[in-house]
Design a protein around this ligand. Structure first.
Ligand code: NAD
Length: 470
Protein backbone atom coordinates (compact mmCIF):
# COMPACT_ATOMS: atom_id res chain seq x y z
CA UNK A 1 0.00 0.00 0.00
CA UNK A 2 1.47 3.36 -0.98
CA UNK A 3 1.78 6.09 1.60
CA UNK A 4 -0.80 8.85 1.24
CA UNK A 5 1.89 11.35 0.11
CA UNK A 6 2.67 9.09 -2.82
CA UNK A 7 -0.61 9.28 -4.73
CA UNK A 8 -0.20 10.44 -8.30
CA UNK A 9 -2.26 13.61 -7.91
CA UNK A 10 -0.41 14.54 -4.75
CA UNK A 11 2.95 14.08 -6.48
CA UNK A 12 1.83 16.39 -9.30
CA UNK A 13 0.56 18.94 -6.73
CA UNK A 14 3.81 18.77 -4.76
CA UNK A 15 5.89 19.27 -7.89
CA UNK A 16 3.70 22.24 -8.75
CA UNK A 17 3.94 23.77 -5.26
CA UNK A 18 7.71 23.30 -5.27
CA UNK A 19 8.01 25.01 -8.67
CA UNK A 20 5.92 28.07 -7.74
CA UNK A 21 8.29 28.88 -4.87
CA UNK A 22 10.65 30.05 -7.64
CA UNK A 23 7.98 32.22 -9.30
CA UNK A 24 6.54 35.52 -8.24
CA UNK A 25 2.91 35.00 -9.23
CA UNK A 26 0.12 37.42 -8.28
CA UNK A 27 -1.93 36.28 -5.29
CA UNK A 28 -4.49 33.62 -6.17
CA UNK A 29 -3.14 32.93 -9.63
CA UNK A 30 -1.16 29.83 -8.68
CA UNK A 31 -4.29 28.24 -7.13
CA UNK A 32 -6.24 29.11 -10.28
CA UNK A 33 -3.62 27.42 -12.45
CA UNK A 34 -3.26 24.36 -10.22
CA UNK A 35 -6.90 23.49 -9.66
CA UNK A 36 -8.73 21.29 -12.13
CA UNK A 37 -11.60 23.32 -13.67
CA UNK A 38 -14.08 20.47 -13.96
CA UNK A 39 -14.41 16.70 -13.91
CA UNK A 40 -17.41 15.04 -15.47
CA UNK A 41 -18.35 11.55 -14.30
CA UNK A 42 -20.51 9.49 -16.59
CA UNK A 43 -22.26 6.20 -15.87
CA UNK A 44 -23.94 4.40 -18.73
CA UNK A 45 -25.29 0.99 -19.57
CA UNK A 46 -24.66 -1.20 -22.61
CA UNK A 47 -26.65 -4.37 -23.29
CA UNK A 48 -24.05 -7.11 -23.92
CA UNK A 49 -23.99 -10.89 -23.55
CA UNK A 50 -27.72 -10.94 -22.80
CA UNK A 51 -27.76 -8.42 -19.95
CA UNK A 52 -27.15 -4.77 -19.10
CA UNK A 53 -23.55 -3.88 -18.08
CA UNK A 54 -22.81 -0.56 -16.35
CA UNK A 55 -19.65 1.43 -17.03
CA UNK A 56 -18.14 4.51 -15.40
CA UNK A 57 -15.87 7.05 -17.09
CA UNK A 58 -14.46 10.53 -16.58
CA UNK A 59 -13.35 13.52 -18.60
CA UNK A 60 -11.45 16.23 -16.73
CA UNK A 61 -10.84 19.68 -18.14
CA UNK A 62 -7.93 21.03 -16.19
CA UNK A 63 -7.43 24.43 -17.79
CA UNK A 64 -9.17 26.36 -20.55
CA UNK A 65 -6.66 29.23 -20.72
CA UNK A 66 -6.18 27.98 -24.26
CA UNK A 67 -8.80 26.11 -26.32
CA UNK A 68 -9.51 23.49 -27.47
CA UNK A 69 -8.35 21.36 -24.57
CA UNK A 70 -6.44 18.19 -25.35
CA UNK A 71 -5.59 14.90 -23.70
CA UNK A 72 -5.73 11.14 -24.07
CA UNK A 73 -8.44 8.71 -23.07
CA UNK A 74 -7.32 5.56 -21.27
CA UNK A 75 -9.17 2.30 -20.82
CA UNK A 76 -7.93 0.75 -17.59
CA UNK A 77 -9.56 -1.34 -14.83
CA UNK A 78 -8.03 0.73 -12.01
CA UNK A 79 -8.73 4.20 -13.48
CA UNK A 80 -10.35 6.75 -11.16
CA UNK A 81 -11.27 10.45 -11.12
CA UNK A 82 -8.19 11.47 -9.14
CA UNK A 83 -5.84 9.82 -11.62
CA UNK A 84 -7.63 11.54 -14.51
CA UNK A 85 -7.28 14.94 -12.79
CA UNK A 86 -3.55 14.39 -12.26
CA UNK A 87 -3.13 13.44 -15.92
CA UNK A 88 -5.16 16.47 -17.05
CA UNK A 89 -2.95 18.79 -14.98
CA UNK A 90 0.14 17.28 -16.62
CA UNK A 91 -1.44 17.91 -20.03
CA UNK A 92 -1.92 21.62 -19.28
CA UNK A 93 1.73 21.95 -18.27
CA UNK A 94 3.03 19.76 -21.10
CA UNK A 95 1.19 21.72 -23.80
CA UNK A 96 2.50 24.97 -22.33
CA UNK A 97 6.05 23.60 -22.10
CA UNK A 98 6.21 22.55 -25.76
CA UNK A 99 4.19 25.60 -26.81
CA UNK A 100 1.27 23.93 -28.55
CA UNK A 101 -2.01 25.89 -28.36
CA UNK A 102 -4.09 23.57 -26.18
CA UNK A 103 -5.40 23.55 -22.64
CA UNK A 104 -5.14 20.34 -20.64
CA UNK A 105 -7.72 17.56 -20.42
CA UNK A 106 -7.76 13.79 -19.88
CA UNK A 107 -10.30 11.00 -19.80
CA UNK A 108 -10.68 7.42 -18.72
CA UNK A 109 -13.10 4.55 -18.83
CA UNK A 110 -12.89 2.02 -16.01
CA UNK A 111 -12.65 -1.16 -18.05
CA UNK A 112 -10.25 -4.00 -18.74
CA UNK A 113 -10.25 -4.05 -22.57
CA UNK A 114 -8.92 -7.62 -22.57
CA UNK A 115 -12.20 -8.86 -21.12
CA UNK A 116 -14.25 -7.74 -24.13
CA UNK A 117 -14.34 -8.68 -27.81
CA UNK A 118 -13.57 -5.95 -30.40
CA UNK A 119 -17.29 -5.79 -31.30
CA UNK A 120 -18.25 -5.28 -27.65
CA UNK A 121 -15.51 -2.69 -27.14
CA UNK A 122 -16.77 -0.81 -30.18
CA UNK A 123 -20.29 -0.59 -28.74
CA UNK A 124 -18.95 0.53 -25.35
CA UNK A 125 -16.64 3.15 -26.92
CA UNK A 126 -19.46 4.51 -29.08
CA UNK A 127 -21.78 4.82 -26.05
CA UNK A 128 -19.03 6.61 -24.11
CA UNK A 129 -18.55 8.98 -27.07
CA UNK A 130 -22.29 9.75 -27.17
CA UNK A 131 -22.08 10.83 -23.52
CA UNK A 132 -19.02 13.01 -24.16
CA UNK A 133 -20.69 14.56 -27.23
CA UNK A 134 -23.84 15.45 -25.26
CA UNK A 135 -21.76 17.36 -22.70
CA UNK A 136 -19.52 19.20 -25.18
CA UNK A 137 -16.55 17.15 -24.05
CA UNK A 138 -15.46 16.22 -27.55
CA UNK A 139 -15.23 18.43 -30.63
CA UNK A 140 -12.58 19.98 -32.89
CA UNK A 141 -12.77 23.39 -31.18
CA UNK A 142 -13.71 22.17 -27.70
CA UNK A 143 -11.97 19.06 -26.53
CA UNK A 144 -9.81 16.72 -28.59
CA UNK A 145 -9.06 13.23 -27.16
CA UNK A 146 -6.17 11.00 -28.24
CA UNK A 147 -5.01 7.44 -27.43
CA UNK A 148 -3.49 6.57 -24.08
CA UNK A 149 -3.08 3.35 -22.08
CA UNK A 150 -5.44 0.66 -23.41
CA UNK A 151 -6.61 2.69 -26.43
CA UNK A 152 -5.18 3.19 -29.90
CA UNK A 153 -6.11 4.23 -33.41
CA UNK A 154 -9.01 1.75 -33.53
CA UNK A 155 -10.78 3.41 -30.59
CA UNK A 156 -10.08 6.87 -32.03
CA UNK A 157 -11.68 5.84 -35.36
CA UNK A 158 -14.83 4.67 -33.50
CA UNK A 159 -14.97 7.91 -31.50
CA UNK A 160 -14.56 10.07 -34.57
CA UNK A 161 -17.22 8.17 -36.48
CA UNK A 162 -19.68 8.42 -33.57
CA UNK A 163 -19.02 12.15 -33.21
CA UNK A 164 -19.57 12.64 -36.95
CA UNK A 165 -22.89 10.80 -36.82
CA UNK A 166 -24.04 12.99 -33.96
CA UNK A 167 -23.14 16.16 -35.89
CA UNK A 168 -24.40 15.55 -39.45
CA UNK A 169 -24.61 19.28 -40.21
CA UNK A 170 -20.97 19.89 -39.33
CA UNK A 171 -18.96 17.08 -40.88
CA UNK A 172 -16.31 19.28 -42.55
CA UNK A 173 -14.09 19.53 -39.49
CA UNK A 174 -15.34 16.44 -37.67
CA UNK A 175 -12.12 14.51 -38.26
CA UNK A 176 -10.30 16.98 -36.01
CA UNK A 177 -12.39 15.85 -33.00
CA UNK A 178 -9.76 13.25 -32.07
CA UNK A 179 -6.11 12.63 -32.95
CA UNK A 180 -4.21 9.38 -33.19
CA UNK A 181 -6.67 8.01 -35.76
CA UNK A 182 -5.74 5.48 -38.47
CA UNK A 183 -4.02 7.06 -41.49
CA UNK A 184 -6.96 6.11 -43.68
CA UNK A 185 -9.25 8.12 -41.37
CA UNK A 186 -7.29 11.37 -41.56
CA UNK A 187 -4.32 10.87 -39.26
CA UNK A 188 -0.82 11.99 -40.03
CA UNK A 189 2.20 9.82 -40.82
CA UNK A 190 4.25 9.22 -37.68
CA UNK A 191 1.53 9.76 -35.03
CA UNK A 192 1.65 6.18 -33.71
CA UNK A 193 5.42 6.26 -33.25
CA UNK A 194 5.48 9.90 -32.07
CA UNK A 195 5.76 9.49 -28.31
CA UNK A 196 8.51 6.85 -28.59
CA UNK A 197 10.28 8.98 -31.21
CA UNK A 198 10.10 11.95 -28.84
CA UNK A 199 11.66 9.81 -26.09
CA UNK A 200 14.57 9.08 -28.45
CA UNK A 201 15.00 12.79 -29.28
CA UNK A 202 14.85 13.71 -25.56
CA UNK A 203 17.71 11.32 -24.71
CA UNK A 204 19.74 12.47 -27.72
CA UNK A 205 19.34 16.13 -26.77
CA UNK A 206 20.35 15.41 -23.18
CA UNK A 207 23.48 13.48 -24.20
CA UNK A 208 24.52 16.07 -26.78
CA UNK A 209 24.36 18.88 -24.21
CA UNK A 210 27.77 19.28 -22.56
CA UNK A 211 26.13 20.99 -19.55
CA UNK A 212 24.63 17.63 -18.50
CA UNK A 213 26.47 14.80 -16.69
CA UNK A 214 25.59 12.33 -19.49
CA UNK A 215 25.27 8.69 -18.42
CA UNK A 216 27.99 8.12 -15.84
CA UNK A 217 30.13 10.63 -17.75
CA UNK A 218 29.55 8.99 -21.16
CA UNK A 219 27.66 10.68 -23.97
CA UNK A 220 26.95 7.98 -26.52
CA UNK A 221 23.98 5.70 -26.80
CA UNK A 222 25.93 3.05 -28.71
CA UNK A 223 26.37 0.11 -26.34
CA UNK A 224 24.50 1.80 -23.47
CA UNK A 225 22.30 -0.64 -21.51
CA UNK A 226 18.60 0.25 -21.33
CA UNK A 227 15.81 -1.19 -19.18
CA UNK A 228 12.28 -0.56 -20.48
CA UNK A 229 9.18 -0.99 -18.32
CA UNK A 230 5.97 -1.30 -20.34
CA UNK A 231 6.17 -2.74 -23.88
CA UNK A 232 3.10 -0.99 -25.32
CA UNK A 233 2.99 1.84 -27.81
CA UNK A 234 5.49 4.14 -26.09
CA UNK A 235 7.89 1.55 -24.63
CA UNK A 236 8.09 -0.50 -27.83
CA UNK A 237 8.74 2.47 -30.13
CA UNK A 238 11.32 4.03 -27.79
CA UNK A 239 13.15 0.68 -27.46
CA UNK A 240 12.99 0.12 -31.23
CA UNK A 241 14.50 3.49 -32.18
CA UNK A 242 17.15 3.47 -29.45
CA UNK A 243 18.37 -0.01 -30.38
CA UNK A 244 17.95 -0.01 -34.17
CA UNK A 245 19.10 3.56 -34.85
CA UNK A 246 21.34 4.51 -31.92
CA UNK A 247 22.90 1.14 -31.12
CA UNK A 248 21.69 0.98 -27.49
CA UNK A 249 21.34 -2.47 -25.86
CA UNK A 250 17.83 -3.19 -24.54
CA UNK A 251 18.81 -5.50 -21.70
CA UNK A 252 15.48 -5.78 -19.84
CA UNK A 253 11.85 -5.46 -20.90
CA UNK A 254 9.52 -5.48 -17.91
CA UNK A 255 5.79 -6.09 -18.32
CA UNK A 256 2.75 -6.57 -16.07
CA UNK A 257 3.46 -10.32 -15.63
CA UNK A 258 7.25 -10.30 -15.15
CA UNK A 259 10.31 -9.43 -17.22
CA UNK A 260 12.74 -10.75 -19.83
CA UNK A 261 16.48 -10.05 -19.76
CA UNK A 262 19.48 -10.49 -22.01
CA UNK A 263 22.75 -8.72 -21.18
CA UNK A 264 23.78 -8.70 -24.87
CA UNK A 265 20.61 -6.93 -25.95
CA UNK A 266 17.10 -8.03 -26.90
CA UNK A 267 15.84 -7.92 -30.47
CA UNK A 268 12.96 -5.47 -30.04
CA UNK A 269 11.11 -6.40 -33.20
CA UNK A 270 11.35 -10.16 -32.51
CA UNK A 271 10.12 -9.58 -28.94
CA UNK A 272 7.16 -7.54 -30.23
CA UNK A 273 6.18 -10.33 -32.61
CA UNK A 274 6.41 -12.81 -29.72
CA UNK A 275 4.26 -10.55 -27.49
CA UNK A 276 1.64 -10.11 -30.23
CA UNK A 277 1.36 -13.83 -30.87
CA UNK A 278 1.56 -15.05 -27.23
CA UNK A 279 0.00 -12.14 -25.35
CA UNK A 280 3.11 -11.80 -23.15
CA UNK A 281 6.82 -11.03 -23.45
CA UNK A 282 7.54 -14.07 -21.24
CA UNK A 283 8.80 -17.22 -22.93
CA UNK A 284 10.71 -15.27 -25.60
CA UNK A 285 13.64 -17.42 -26.66
CA UNK A 286 16.02 -14.49 -27.19
CA UNK A 287 16.09 -13.68 -23.46
CA UNK A 288 15.71 -15.22 -20.00
CA UNK A 289 12.19 -14.98 -18.54
CA UNK A 290 11.40 -14.00 -14.95
CA UNK A 291 7.68 -14.79 -14.60
CA UNK A 292 5.78 -12.88 -11.92
CA UNK A 293 8.89 -10.90 -10.95
CA UNK A 294 8.06 -7.18 -10.87
CA UNK A 295 11.62 -6.02 -10.09
CA UNK A 296 12.83 -5.72 -13.70
CA UNK A 297 12.96 -1.95 -13.34
CA UNK A 298 15.58 -2.37 -10.59
CA UNK A 299 18.09 -4.23 -12.80
CA UNK A 300 21.49 -2.53 -13.21
CA UNK A 301 21.66 -0.41 -16.39
CA UNK A 302 22.71 2.96 -17.79
CA UNK A 303 19.20 4.16 -18.63
CA UNK A 304 15.82 3.10 -17.29
CA UNK A 305 12.70 4.05 -19.23
CA UNK A 306 9.49 3.62 -17.24
CA UNK A 307 6.86 3.55 -20.01
CA UNK A 308 3.92 1.84 -18.31
CA UNK A 309 2.02 3.58 -15.52
CA UNK A 310 2.35 6.23 -12.83
CA UNK A 311 4.12 5.59 -9.49
CA UNK A 312 6.40 2.87 -10.91
CA UNK A 313 9.32 4.25 -8.89
CA UNK A 314 8.15 5.06 -5.38
CA UNK A 315 9.43 5.50 -1.85
CA UNK A 316 9.81 1.75 -1.30
CA UNK A 317 11.85 0.82 -4.40
CA UNK A 318 13.66 4.09 -5.21
CA UNK A 319 16.83 3.03 -3.32
CA UNK A 320 17.10 -0.04 -5.54
CA UNK A 321 16.92 1.82 -8.88
CA UNK A 322 20.47 1.59 -10.24
CA UNK A 323 20.24 3.51 -13.53
CA UNK A 324 22.26 6.70 -14.08
CA UNK A 325 19.50 8.23 -16.14
CA UNK A 326 15.74 7.86 -15.57
CA UNK A 327 13.71 8.83 -18.62
CA UNK A 328 10.03 9.33 -17.78
CA UNK A 329 8.25 8.08 -20.89
CA UNK A 330 5.09 7.33 -18.85
CA UNK A 331 3.16 10.05 -17.08
CA UNK A 332 4.13 10.41 -13.43
CA UNK A 333 6.25 7.23 -13.12
CA UNK A 334 8.44 8.69 -10.33
CA UNK A 335 6.70 9.92 -7.18
CA UNK A 336 7.68 13.18 -5.51
CA UNK A 337 9.35 11.24 -2.68
CA UNK A 338 11.20 8.83 -5.00
CA UNK A 339 12.42 11.75 -7.10
CA UNK A 340 14.39 13.08 -4.10
CA UNK A 341 15.77 9.63 -3.26
CA UNK A 342 17.11 8.76 -6.73
CA UNK A 343 18.57 12.21 -7.28
CA UNK A 344 20.31 12.13 -3.89
CA UNK A 345 22.05 8.98 -5.17
CA UNK A 346 23.34 10.98 -8.15
CA UNK A 347 20.91 9.83 -10.86
CA UNK A 348 19.39 12.30 -13.32
CA UNK A 349 15.68 12.38 -14.18
CA UNK A 350 14.35 13.60 -17.51
CA UNK A 351 10.76 14.61 -16.65
CA UNK A 352 7.55 13.34 -18.23
CA UNK A 353 6.38 16.85 -19.20
CA UNK A 354 9.25 16.91 -21.67
CA UNK A 355 10.06 13.28 -22.47
CA UNK A 356 6.62 12.09 -23.59
CA UNK A 357 5.48 15.34 -25.22
CA UNK A 358 6.05 13.87 -28.71
CA UNK A 359 2.52 12.47 -28.68
CA UNK A 360 0.80 15.79 -28.21
CA UNK A 361 3.17 17.60 -30.58
CA UNK A 362 2.34 15.26 -33.47
CA UNK A 363 -1.33 15.28 -32.41
CA UNK A 364 -1.15 19.03 -32.93
CA UNK A 365 0.22 18.47 -36.46
CA UNK A 366 -2.63 16.00 -37.11
CA UNK A 367 -5.28 18.42 -35.81
CA UNK A 368 -3.89 21.24 -38.00
CA UNK A 369 -3.84 18.92 -41.03
CA UNK A 370 -7.50 17.97 -40.39
CA UNK A 371 -8.57 21.60 -40.12
CA UNK A 372 -6.64 22.80 -43.17
CA UNK A 373 -7.78 19.78 -45.22
CA UNK A 374 -4.48 19.65 -47.07
CA UNK A 375 -1.54 17.32 -46.48
CA UNK A 376 1.63 18.99 -45.27
CA UNK A 377 4.03 19.76 -48.12
CA UNK A 378 1.54 19.22 -50.95
CA UNK A 379 1.85 22.74 -52.39
CA UNK A 380 5.64 23.00 -52.32
CA UNK A 381 7.10 19.49 -52.56
CA UNK A 382 7.63 19.41 -56.36
CA UNK A 383 8.75 23.04 -56.48
CA UNK A 384 11.44 22.23 -53.92
CA UNK A 385 12.47 19.13 -55.86
CA UNK A 386 12.81 21.14 -59.12
CA UNK A 387 14.83 23.83 -57.33
CA UNK A 388 17.19 21.24 -55.84
CA UNK A 389 17.54 19.63 -59.26
CA UNK A 390 18.50 23.04 -60.73
CA UNK A 391 21.10 23.60 -57.99
CA UNK A 392 22.59 20.13 -58.57
CA UNK A 393 22.78 20.75 -62.33
CA UNK A 394 24.34 24.20 -61.81
CA UNK A 395 26.98 22.75 -59.46
CA UNK A 396 27.82 20.04 -61.99
CA UNK A 397 28.20 22.60 -64.78
CA UNK A 398 30.29 24.98 -62.67
CA UNK A 399 32.65 22.28 -61.38
CA UNK A 400 32.61 20.00 -64.37
CA UNK A 401 32.14 17.07 -61.98
CA UNK A 402 29.10 14.88 -61.33
CA UNK A 403 27.12 15.44 -58.11
CA UNK A 404 28.23 12.74 -55.57
CA UNK A 405 25.96 9.76 -56.24
CA UNK A 406 25.64 8.86 -52.55
CA UNK A 407 24.22 12.33 -51.75
CA UNK A 408 22.10 12.88 -54.80
CA UNK A 409 18.88 11.17 -53.66
CA UNK A 410 18.94 12.80 -50.25
CA UNK A 411 19.60 16.23 -51.79
CA UNK A 412 16.81 15.94 -54.35
CA UNK A 413 14.31 14.45 -51.90
CA UNK A 414 11.78 17.19 -51.12
CA UNK A 415 10.28 15.69 -47.96
CA UNK A 416 7.45 13.19 -47.58
CA UNK A 417 4.89 13.77 -44.81
CA UNK A 418 6.73 11.45 -42.42
CA UNK A 419 9.97 13.43 -42.91
CA UNK A 420 8.20 16.72 -42.23
CA UNK A 421 6.54 15.31 -39.10
CA UNK A 422 9.81 13.93 -37.73
CA UNK A 423 11.62 17.16 -38.52
CA UNK A 424 8.88 19.24 -36.82
CA UNK A 425 8.95 16.99 -33.76
CA UNK A 426 12.73 17.07 -33.57
CA UNK A 427 12.66 20.85 -33.75
CA UNK A 428 10.14 21.14 -30.88
CA UNK A 429 12.05 18.62 -28.74
CA UNK A 430 15.31 20.51 -29.35
CA UNK A 431 13.98 23.97 -28.61
CA UNK A 432 12.11 22.70 -25.54
CA UNK A 433 15.27 21.06 -24.25
CA UNK A 434 17.07 24.36 -24.68
CA UNK A 435 14.41 26.22 -22.70
CA UNK A 436 14.63 23.68 -19.83
CA UNK A 437 18.41 23.26 -19.75
CA UNK A 438 18.98 26.97 -20.40
CA UNK A 439 16.75 27.93 -17.47
CA UNK A 440 18.50 25.46 -15.16
CA UNK A 441 21.86 26.89 -16.20
CA UNK A 442 20.67 30.45 -15.56
CA UNK A 443 18.99 29.50 -12.26
CA UNK A 444 20.91 26.56 -10.77
CA UNK A 445 18.93 26.95 -7.53
CA UNK A 446 16.00 25.26 -9.35
CA UNK A 447 18.03 22.10 -8.80
CA UNK A 448 16.67 19.72 -11.44
CA UNK A 449 15.14 19.41 -14.89
CA UNK A 450 11.64 18.69 -13.60
CA UNK A 451 11.48 21.93 -11.64
CA UNK A 452 12.90 23.83 -14.64
CA UNK A 453 10.20 22.28 -16.87
CA UNK A 454 7.40 23.11 -14.39
CA UNK A 455 8.64 26.69 -13.96
CA UNK A 456 8.80 27.21 -17.73
CA UNK A 457 5.30 25.79 -18.22
CA UNK A 458 3.65 27.59 -15.28
CA UNK A 459 5.13 30.91 -16.41
CA UNK A 460 3.51 30.47 -19.83
CA UNK A 461 0.11 29.48 -18.41
CA UNK A 462 0.29 32.43 -15.97
CA UNK A 463 1.08 34.81 -18.85
CA UNK A 464 -1.98 33.50 -20.76
CA UNK A 465 -4.25 34.04 -17.73
CA UNK A 466 -2.84 37.51 -17.09
CA UNK A 467 -3.28 38.48 -20.74
CA UNK A 468 -7.01 37.78 -20.54
CA UNK A 469 -7.30 39.48 -17.18
CA UNK A 470 -8.16 36.52 -14.94
P1 NAD B 1 -0.12 0.98 -23.82
O1 NAD B 1 -1.41 0.51 -23.26
O2 NAD B 1 0.11 0.89 -25.29
O3 NAD B 1 1.10 0.21 -23.11
C1 NAD B 1 1.27 0.12 -21.73
C2 NAD B 1 2.04 -1.17 -21.46
O4 NAD B 1 2.42 -1.20 -20.09
C3 NAD B 1 1.21 -2.42 -21.73
O5 NAD B 1 1.96 -3.31 -22.54
C4 NAD B 1 0.96 -2.99 -20.35
O6 NAD B 1 0.84 -4.40 -20.34
C5 NAD B 1 2.17 -2.51 -19.59
N1 NAD B 1 1.99 -2.44 -18.14
C6 NAD B 1 0.88 -2.09 -17.44
N2 NAD B 1 1.10 -2.15 -16.12
C7 NAD B 1 2.39 -2.53 -15.97
C8 NAD B 1 3.24 -2.76 -14.85
N3 NAD B 1 2.79 -2.60 -13.61
N4 NAD B 1 4.51 -3.12 -15.08
C9 NAD B 1 4.98 -3.27 -16.34
N5 NAD B 1 4.23 -3.07 -17.43
C10 NAD B 1 2.96 -2.71 -17.26
O7 NAD B 1 0.07 2.47 -23.28
P2 NAD B 1 1.02 3.60 -23.87
O8 NAD B 1 0.22 4.41 -24.82
O9 NAD B 1 2.30 3.01 -24.32
O10 NAD B 1 1.23 4.52 -22.58
C11 NAD B 1 2.22 4.23 -21.62
C12 NAD B 1 2.49 5.47 -20.77
O11 NAD B 1 2.86 6.56 -21.62
C13 NAD B 1 1.29 5.97 -19.96
O12 NAD B 1 1.74 6.56 -18.76
C14 NAD B 1 0.71 7.06 -20.86
O13 NAD B 1 -0.06 8.00 -20.14
C15 NAD B 1 1.99 7.66 -21.39
N6 NAD B 1 1.84 8.42 -22.64
C16 NAD B 1 1.34 7.84 -23.77
C17 NAD B 1 1.24 8.59 -24.93
C18 NAD B 1 0.78 8.00 -26.24
O14 NAD B 1 0.88 8.68 -27.27
N7 NAD B 1 0.29 6.76 -26.28
C19 NAD B 1 1.63 9.95 -24.93
C20 NAD B 1 2.13 10.51 -23.76
C21 NAD B 1 2.24 9.73 -22.62
Amino acid sequence: MLAQADTFLQSVDQNFRHAITFLDLPEGLSERIMQCNSTYTVRFGVRLRGRMHSFVGWRSVHSEHCEPVKGGIRFAPDADAEEVEALAALMTLKCALVDVPFGGSKGALKIDPREWTPQELERITRRFTQELTKRGLIGPGLNVPAPDVGTGEREMAWMMDEFRRANPMDVVNARACVTGKPLSKGSIAGRTEATGRGVQFAIQNYLRDLRTPGIGGRRVLKGASVVVQGFGNVGYHAAKFLSEQDGARITVVAERDGFVANHDGISVEALKQHQLSRGSVLGFDGAKSFAGDMTGIEEACDIVIPAAMENAIHGANAERIKAHLIVEAANGPVTFEADRIVRARGATILPDLYVNAGGVVVSYFEWVKNLTHIPFGLMERRRREHRNQTIATALERMTGKPFPADMRDQFLEAGAEIDLVRSGLEDVMRSTWESIAGLLEAQPQLGDYRTAAYVTAIRRVAAAYEAIGI
